[in-house]
Design a protein around this ligand. Structure first.
Ligand code: MLT
Ligand code: MN
Ligand code: ZN
Length: 303
């Protein structure tokens, strides 16, 4: 199997179009310690011919252009993208579907919640049913997403999409009913990739699920829970946003420290996260804990 990080940043991207936080300013000034990143997506292939794209980022057109493996190859109309799977209904995971119009066949997979919300929004009919086959995937039931790639999804703690939030008091921030899913991609060669770009907490069940993977791409939205407040760009905590932090006793570095995984890579990294800055104390802590900070174009070959 082979995987390419198409986008490593959280919703808004890095730098965000309207942000002058300390980290965004570094990116806008071209500081060599940081790399700009597009909104989170991962492409996976078994044969190098047909690719499964996990999440349709608003930046998907730019991501395809930057990735020769995803360029059209033959005939007049063509795409190596054979399937797209959605892990949640947030804008950064679904808006790229609107770019994938133009009568191109591919398979579209997602959990109940996200597929229902797509069906309820007529603008997504630009993905013509005659070409795009939509399937609702059941958590826990493996299916062949593409030749050589067997996918199984599982619910992880999270909340409904930001744009669907209603009464704040009633918001369930740790819902495990399928609003947010993790994706296990198993190659015919036995290798396993786990993709969990959004996650509110690492439960024992999730840790068990990730154990034994060759590589885990995991929610790296925030370094610390109060990051947006401290940076002065928002009032929400990570907890309120449905994202676990990297650091702290409840953070993902601690929670996954003893889970046997060959390689751990942070993706869906918010533009405020100081771990984006190479040489920063936070980046050092991440690296010392055995994690990589994902970046656009990062390629992984599992053999
Ligand atoms: C999130 O992961 O919390 C979302 O990307 C928020 C958003 O849609 O901007
Ligand atoms: Mn997101
Ligand atoms: Zn910023």
């Amino acid at each position: 199997m082979r995987a390419i990080v198409l986008g490593s940043a959280a919703g808004g991207g890095y730098p965000q179009w309207n942000c002058r936080c300390a980290t965004c300013r570094l990116a806008y000034s071209g500081d060599p310690r940081v790399r700009p990143g597009t909104q989170c997506s991962l492409a996976v292939t078994a044969d190098g011919e047909r690719w499964l794209v996990l999440n349709a980022s608003p930046d998907i057109r730019q991501q395809i252009l930057a990735t020769p493996a995803l360029h059209p190859r033959e005939g007049l109309r063509d795409s190596p993208i054979g399937a797209v799977l959605l892990t949640n209904g947030d804008v950064d995971a679904i808006a790229g579907l609107l770019t994938l119009r133009e009568s191109q066949p591919f398979a579209l997979f997602g959990g109940n919640a996200v597929m229902d919300s797509l069906a309820a929004q007529p603008v997504f009919q630009v993905l013509n049913d005659a070409y795009v086959a939509r399937s609702v995937v059941e958590a826990g039931t493996p299916f062949a997403a593409l030749p050589g790639l067997t996918v199984a999804t599982y619910s992880v703690p999270g909340k409904i999409p930001l744009w669907l939030e209603g009464d704040e008091a009633e918001l369930d921030l740790m819902n495990e009913g399928g609003q947010t899913i993790g994706v296990e991609v198993r190659g015919d060669d036995g290798h396993v990739i786990q993709f969990v770009p959004g996650c509110a907490a690492v439960t024992p069940r999730l840790a068990e699920r990730l154990a034994g993977a060759d590589i885990v791409f995991f929610d790296g939205t925030l370094w610390s829970d109060h990051e947006l407040v401290t940076a002065g760009v928002g009032h929400k905590t990570g907890r309120r946003m449905g994202h676990i932090s990297m650091s702290g006793p409840d953070g993902s570095m601690a929670a996954l420290a003893h889970v046997p995984v060959r390689r751990k890579v942070y993706v869906h990294i918010n533009n405020t996260n100081p771990a984006l800055v190479s040489g920063s104390p936070e980046r050092k802590a991440v690296e010392d804990a055995g994690w990589d900070v994902g970046f656009d174009g990062m390629e992984v070959v599992l053999t």
